[in-house]
Design a protein around this ligand. Structure first.
Ligand SMILES: Nc1ncnc2c1ncn2[C@@H]1O[C@H](COP(=O)(O)OP(=O)(O)O)[C@@H](O)[C@H]1O
Ligand SMILES: [Mg+2]
Length: 248
């Protein structure tokens, strides 16, 4: 669905992405892992067109996201759902208005009644029925993530981008969010692109895993490919994870 080729992005004299290649397969869950500061968020922002790369191409089907006009980019973005790290709910809007926002902004619904029906169905998918009138301040961290997820899927995007979907959540809530993403992906057949440093989530739900280091994807494949990687950087990352698991 998306092919990234030779992507380069620097800030001042700091090179963050240095000739990165990546394929995002349609209907699959692709997770990008790597150390904090490796450039995972920068990669995601380039793909959704929030940052402009210095060079390289990002093909969404037959269109290069880095070369299209702003009008065309806006059209392409209608296929995208995004869930940012902090869920980014509007604090002064209740859950209904938060989830309905993209439906109204993109003029997908014709009436309040239609919006209510879609929001209700979407909240059911994230296992949060009947909380339309609650305010974000009344919700737990896990519930906020679910509302954010509901808002990301409400327009039925072709692909959903997640930046650290489980950061700040306890391990049990993290696992329930991971399972929810997997269930939703199975039900809706949505392509998912996730960046994460959470290996438990990654190994639980990823079809494809890419390891980002020094501006490139240095290892790519399924769980077994990553676990059996002989790359010393990948091994070091895995060993610190498995050591942490033993200490729990
Ligand atoms: N808008 C920006 N301006 C300058 N530097 C940035 C910007 N965004 C990210 N960076 C730098 O790029 C590097 C990668 O950041 P990021 O993609 O957020 O890492 P990760 O998500 O892997 O933790 C960091 O060193 C960060 O300081
Ligand atoms: Mg990040």
């Amino acid at each position: 669905m998306i092919k990234v080729r030779d992507l380069k992005k620097s800030f001042y004299n700091q090179t963050v992405l240095d000739g990165l290649d990546l394929d995002i397969e349609e209907g699959k869950i692709t997770v990008i892992i790597g150390k904090s500061g490796a450039g995972k968020s920068v990669l995601l922002k380039n793909i959704i067109g929030l940052l402009k790369p210095d060079s390289g191409s990002i093909m969404f089907y037959d269109k290069d996201i880095t070369k299209v006009s702003y009008e065309e980019l806006k059209k392409i973005r209608l296929n995208f759902g995004v869930l940012f790290q902090d869920a980014a709910l509007f604090d002064s809007y209740n859950v209904f208005n938060n989830v309905a926002f993209p439906l109204i902004e993109r003029k997908i619904v014709k009436s309040r009644k239609q919006a209510e029906k879609i929001v209700k169905e979407t909240l059911k998918l994230v296992e949060l029925e009947g909380i339309e009138n609650k305010m974000p301040s009344e919700l737990s961290g896990g519930m906020k993530k679910r509302v954010g997820l509901a808002r990301a899927i409400v327009t039925k995007p072709k692909i959903i981008f997640f930046d650290e979907p489980t950061t700040g959540l306890d391990p049990i809530t993290s696992m329930s969010i991971a399972c929810l993403i997997k269930d939703m992906q199975t039900k809706l057949k949505t392509t998912c692109f996730i960046i994460s440093h959470d290996l438990a989530l990654t190994f639980k739900i990823a079809d494809n895993i890419g390891f980002l280091h020094n501006g490139k994807i240095i290892e790519f494949g399924d769980k077994n490919t990553i676990i059996n990687s002989q790359n010393p950087i990948v091994r070091e990352f895995l060993e610190s994870y498995f050591a942490g698991e033993k200490n729990d």
